[in-house]
Design a protein around this ligand. Structure first.
Ligand code: PGA
Length: 251
């Protein structure tokens, strides 16, 4: 996907059906026309209703928060990429740190989910990022490099060009502690360099890289103004329409 400014929400496991409808409508109604992209990452039960709302608004799209790597079959409780696609969602969040940690999703499994998503022409929003111990050790770039190498860099250039990357330092997720704009910029620049080394400068230049971890209205503008930060993946602050609309308006 060509590089764009993106504000993506990640609702995680929040909002009943009616609450989700109300939130999506409030966001849709509050959005100003723009060239930027807004993506709502919603639990599976919301996908269809939110996709219907999004259909009416230019620049509003929907993401699933996970998918299964198989096409279909006996996997009780899981959803396939075809199912996600069938309700009009175009994106799938893959490799969120909560899925890596609580559901033991390995590099190898995430590579399979990336492949499954791309095979149906949906777009993975691939999450990477280091825990606090790794940040303190100073090996965070190597940590993220391994995540990219093991789950994304098997892709040929064309499929890789579809990917959106979200850098989310785990120590900043849901903690209220945000990476400083300089810390975000440094890592985003490093990620772009890794992509340039594996693919090319052009591919690196055209990849959208989002920052996630305690993005809020008060810090979005400064984060998003960093040259290598193309937007955000927003958890807590995407659950309130007013806050998320302010973040959308921060570009
Ligand atoms: P947060 O979550 O904005 O609540 O820190 C971000 C995320 O986990 O995607």
């Amino acid at each position: 996907m060509k590089r764009r400014k993106i504000a993506a929400g990640n609702w995680k496991m929040n909002k009943t059906f009616s609450e989700g409808r109300a939130l999506a409508s409030a966001i849709a109604e509050g959005m100003e026309p723009s060239e930027n992209l807004v993506i709502l990452g919603v639990p599976a039960i919301h996908l269809k209703a939110v996709a219907n709302t999004a259909k009416k608004v230019k620049g509003l799209e929907v993401a699933a928060q996970n998918c299964h790597q198989a096409e279909s079959g006996a996997y009780t409780g899981e959803i396939s990429v075809d199912m996600i696609k069938s309700v009009g969602a175009k994106y799938v969040i893959i490799g969120h740190s909560e899925r890596r940690e609580y559901f033991n999703e390995s590099h190898e499994l995430l590579a399979q989910k990336v492949d499954a998503t791309l095979s149906k022409r949906l777009i993975p929003i691939f999450c990477c990022g280091e825990p606090l111990s790794i940040r303190e050790e100073g090996t965070h770039v190597a940590h993220v490099k391994k995540q990219l190498e093991e789950s994304l860099f098997h892709l040929k250039t064309k499929p890789f060009e579809k990917i959106v990357i979200a850098y989310e330092p785990i120590w900043a997720i849901g903690t209220g502690v945000t990476a400083s704009p300089a810390q975000a910029q440094d890592m985003h620049k490093a990620i772009r360099q890794l992509i340039a080394d594996r693919y090319s400068e052009r591919v690196a230049d055209e990849t959208s890289i989002l920052y996630g971890g305690s993005v809020k209205p008060a810090n979005a503008k400064e984060l998003f103004s960093q040259p290598d930060v193309d937007g955000g993946l927003v958890g807590g602050a995407s659950l309130k329409a007013d806050d998320f609309l302010k973040i959308i308006g921060s570009f």
